[in-house]
Ligand binder design. Structure first.
Ligand code: GSH
Length: 215
């Protein structure tokens, strides 16, 4: 039994995308992270910082996107989204699963909040180093870990899509755009985008923002 703690248009959206790529059955537990007064204290039992995403699989809770992505791709090997131990893609794959959350995400957040710092002030290093690294990766290969699609692409594509197209903080680079075009052609990506938007339009916060009525 797989449960997915999710909020639309959030950092849980990449896991929603992964679940579509995996094609597995799961139950969605929608968490209204934008509710007045914040999330109930009881949710801390699932996610220690009261955030999404989280999953529960056969009674075990897994949090943090990089861990969730790695876990799910290993738990459902038929989809072929996790390079096996011994595969030369395994290293770049694990690196990218973690890099998106531990380097890219905080670099973007620091930039969004106008934080200026030296590289060694923070473990995530400098914004420009992060952009240049991702650009180099996607110049050398078509996908996050190599020349075939893996679960790391659900991490990387959701991060690039959100920070370049929505936040407009990650600079537009031709290799980022070409990569996003490759991802956008995937039926699972299209499906997850539709599911995410449909779910967002039922959230009062977004209904107010976009004037949507929901269902
Ligand atoms: N380190 C967490 C971060 C998750 C995160 O920041 N989630 C945001 C959604 S965009 C959240 O739940 N925010 C709700 C809140 O802080 O109240 C991960 O990578 O899974």
């Amino acid at each position: 039994m797989l449960k997915f703690y999710y909020a639309p248009w959030s950092r849980a959206s990449g896991v929603l995308y992964l679940l579509q790529e995996l094609g597995v059955d799961y139950e969605t537990v929608e968490i209204d992270i934008r509710q007045d007064g914040g999330l109930p204290e009881a949710y801390r039992k699932v996610q220690p910082n009261k955030k999404v995403p989280a999953i529960e699989h056969d009674g075990v809770v897994i949090t943090e996107r990089g861990a969730i992505t790695t876990y799910l791709a290993d738990a459902f090997p038929d989809a072929g989204l996790a390079p096996a131990i011994g595969d030369p893609m395994r290293g770049p794959y694990l690196t990218m699963n973690v890099y998106c959350d531990s380097v890219m995400d905080p670099c973007i957040a620091a930039r969004a909040h106008g934080l200026t710092y030296q590289s060694n002030d923070y473990s995530f290093g400098l914004f420009d180093d992060m952009v240049n690294y991702l650009e180099r990766c996607l110049t050398e290969r078509d996908y996050a870990a190599g020349n075939r699609f893996t679960a790391a692409d659900t991490q990387l594509a959701s991060a690039i899509g959100y920070t370049m197209d929505m936040m407009k903080i990650l600079p537009e680079r031709p290799v980022f755009r070409a990569y996003m075009d490759r991802i956008a052609a995937r039926p699972a990506h299209q499906r997850s985008q539709q599911m995410d938007s449909a779910a967002a339009m039922k959230v009062p916060f977004f209904q107010k923002q976009f004037g949507a009525k929901g269902e």
